[in-house]
Design a protein around this ligand. Structure first.
Ligand code: NAD
Length: 327
C-alpha cells in the first residue's frame, strides 16, 4: 500500500537516472575521509557460500555518524544469472533511521555498486596519480570495466587508453567507450601496457598475478579493484611491496584485498598501508615524488554503498519520483 511515512522505494532505474558519476565521486570521497577520521565505521562483513546455485551471499553494513547514514547492503554473486538474462551480481541496500531503527529506504544496489566502485578508483587517481598522466591502462574488460574507464577519464587530461584482458574478445566494449569519450584506444600486451601507462586500473576476477613489477614504470599509479576475496590476486606481490600502498580500509586490504599476498609473505606490513581517507583529509601527503609508484587497493566497503544509496534516496525524495510503501 502506498503511504506517506513508510520506507522510500528507489528502483534500479531511478538510481541510474538520479546518481551520476560526480555525485558518486563526492559521496565516496567524503565517506573515505570520514572512515579515516573515525566518523564512520564499517561493521564486520558476512560472506558465505550458499551451497545452492553456486551463489555467494552476504551483508556489508556500517554507520556514518557524520552524515547520519545507517544501513546494510545485502546480496552477492549468482554465476548462473547470465543464462537467465540477469546480472550475476545482485544487491539491495536497506537504509535505516539512526534515531529509531525504522527502515527509511529500500534502494536497488546493482547500478550503485558499479558506480561506487568506479568512484573509488577515480578518487584514488584524483588524489594519487601524477598530474601530468596521459595514458590510462585498463586490465579487465567485464561489466565493471566501462564504469571504471568513464570515471577515471574525468580525473586527468588523458589522451589514450591502452588495454589488455585475459579474454581479448571482451575488449571491444572498452574500445567503444574510449571512442565515445574521445580517447585513442590501443589493445596491447600486458608488458606494453606497463611500459605505456601512467595510470593502471585492474578490474578482473583473477586468482594469479597479471602484471609483474618489472613491467611497471616509475611514477605509475595503480588502482587494483578486482581483488575483493581471499585468494584473488591481480598483480605481483613484489609490485605491491615496492609501491606506496593506499586503501579504502586497511583491515580489508590485508585480509581480502590485493595486499593480502604481500602481507602474507612478509614483504609488506599492515602499518605501511595508508587509508586513502588520510590523504583526502590532508593528514597524509599521498604522492611525494614524481617517480614513486602508488597503488590503491580498492576492496569495496559497505559504507561506499550506503553513501551512494543515501544520495539516491535523497534525490529520489526531492524529485518526487519515488513512492513510499506501508510495511
Ligand atoms: P565480469 O564477470 O563482468 O568480468 C570479469 C573480468 O575478469 C573480465 O575482464 C574477465 O576477462 C576477467 N576474468 C575472468 N576470469 C578470470 C581469471 N580466471 N583470470 C583472470 N581474469 C579473469 O566481472 P565485473 O563485474 O567486471 O567485476 C570484475 C571483478 O571486480 C570481480 O572480481 C569482482 O568481484 C570485482 N569487484 C570489485 C569491487 C570492489 O569494490 N573492489 C566491486 C565490484 C566488483
Amino acid at each position: 500500500m502506498i503511504t506517506q511515512d513508510g520506507p522510500l522505494i528507489v528502483t534500479e532505474d531511478l538510481c541510474a537516472q538520479l546518481v551520476g558519476r560526480q555525485q558518486a565521486f563526492d559521496a565516496v570521497e567524503a565517506v573515505f575521509g570520514a572512515m579515516a577520521s573515525g566518523g564512520a565505521r564499517n561493521f564486520p562483513v558476512i560472506r558465505e557460500a550458499l551451497g545452492h546455485a553456486d551463489a555467494i551471499y552476504g551483508f556489508k553494513s556500517g554507520f556514518d555518524r557524520e552524515r547520519q547514514v545507517l544501513g546494510v547492503k545485502s546480496g552477492g554473486y549468482w554465476p548462473g544469472n547470465t543464462d537467465r538474462g540477469l546480472t550475476n551480481h545482485q544487491s539491495t541496500v536497506f537504509l535505516f533511521d539512526p534515531d529509531t531503527g525504522r527502515l527509511s529506504a529500500l534502494v536497488g544496489g546493482n547500478y550503485l555498486t558499479a558506480v561506487r566502485t568506479a568512484a573509488s578508483s577515480a578518487v584514488s587517481i584524483a588524489h594519487l596519480a601524477r598530474k601530468d598522466a596521459k595514458v590510462l591502462g585498463m586490465v579487465g574488460a567485464g561489466h565493471q570495466s566501462t564504469f571504471q574507464l568513464r570515471a577515471a577519464a574525468e580525473q586527468r587530461a588523458f589522451e589514450k587508453v591502452v588495454a589488455w584482458n585475459p579474454h581479448p574478445d571482451m575488449l571491444p566494449r572498452l574500445a567503444s567507450v574510449a571512442d565515445e569519450i574521445g580517447l585513442e584506444f590501443e589493445s596491447v600486451s600486458p608488458q606494453e601496457l606497463g611500459a605505456q601507462a601512467d595510470v593502471i586500473i585492474t578490474i578482473t576476477s583473477a586468482f594469479e598475478p597479471l602484471l609483474m613489477k618489472e613491467w611497471i614504470k616509475p611514477g605509475t599509479h595503480l588502482a587494483c579493484m578486482g581483488t575483493d576475496t581471499k585468494g584473488k590476486q591481480e598483480v605481483d606481490p613484489a609490485l605491491v611491496s615496492a609501491a606506496s600502498v593506499f586503501t579504502d580500509e586497511v583491515a580489508q586490504s590485508v585480509s581480502i584485498g590485493e595486499a593480502q599476498h604481500a602481507v602474507g609473505n612478509g614483504a609488506l606490513t599492515e602499518e605501511a598501508i595508508t587509508p586513502i581517507g588520510a590523504v583526502i583529509n590532508g593528514v597524509h601527503p599521498g604522492r611525494v615524488s614524481a617517480d614513486q609508484i602508488t597503488l590503491f587497493d580498492g576492496t569495496g566497503v559497505g559504507l561506499q554503498d550506503l553513501a551512494v544509496a543515501s544520495v539516491a534516496a535523497r534525490l529520489a525524495e526531492d524529485s518526487g519520483l519515488a513512492q513510499r510503501i506501508a510495511l
